[in-house]
Design a protein around this ligand. Structure first.
Ligand code: FMN
Length: 178
């Protein structure tokens, strides 16, 4: 199994489809704990002249607990045969399950950052800044905040705590070579 590094300019993907249809596994590590969670609210682009990703993580996620204590995380992309695994990692918490073990994933590392042998693509991300959205940031749009925040988090993503936006530099992009 080998991966080749490509530059952001060489990325041959529709980023909108990748995020909204393929989804990401966002994975951070703290000591021996490697915890993946499914993420579909994210953006990619340029900030401070760097290629960056912004991942939106609700405060109640175990992933937030782990990622807030690590300098880096990965976003990995899988082919369609891993849909069930992404469903599991998007509905079960690492507080209750060892999701890596339950899903039969195999952890690789780029430096300190975990990613998965099963992924077709991995973005290695170094945190630049993290901040939590607040109700007043939404410019009085109560309809919007009322829909997406407060109350219980539901299966379609509504409800729950105000997201932490993890803005991170994409330091490496790894593409699996068949
Ligand atoms: C398709 C899909 C996309 C999701 N996107 C996000 C997201 O962008 N941000 C987020 O905080 N939770 C998102 N979730 C919910 C988390 O993946 C889910 O709550 C997970 O169980 C959290 O795991 P953890 O507690 O181990 O971090 C998504 C779930 C699914 C199924």
């Amino acid at each position: 199994m080998s991966y080749k590094k490509i530059t952001p300019s060489e990325l041959d993907e529709n980023i909108f489809d990748m995020i909204s249809k393929d989804w990401f596994l966002m994975t951070a590590q703290k000591n021996e704990i490697v915890n993946p969670m499914t993420v579909a609210w994210a953006t990619m682009g340029i900030l401070w002249q760097k290629p960056v990703v912004i991942a939106a993580v609700r405060p109640e996620r175990y992933t937030h607990e782990i990622a807030s204590q690590s300098d880096t995380f990965s976003l990995t992309v899988f082919d369609k045969s891993y849909r069930k695994m992404l469903g599991f990692c998007g509905t079960k918490s690492g507080r209750d399950y060892d999701k890596v073990k339950e899903c039969g994933l195999h952890v690789l590392h780029e430096g300190e950052t975990p990613y998965f042998e099963e992924a077709r693509l991995a973005f290695i991300c170094k945190k630049l800044c993290v901040f939590q959205l607040k109700e007043e940031d939404f410019l009085g749009n109560k309809e919007f905040t009322g829909k997406w925040y407060g109350g219980e988090n539901s299966a379609n993503g509504e409800g729950g705590g105000y997201h932490h936006l993890y803005i991170a530099e994409i330091t490496d992009i790894l593409v699996k070579e068949e």
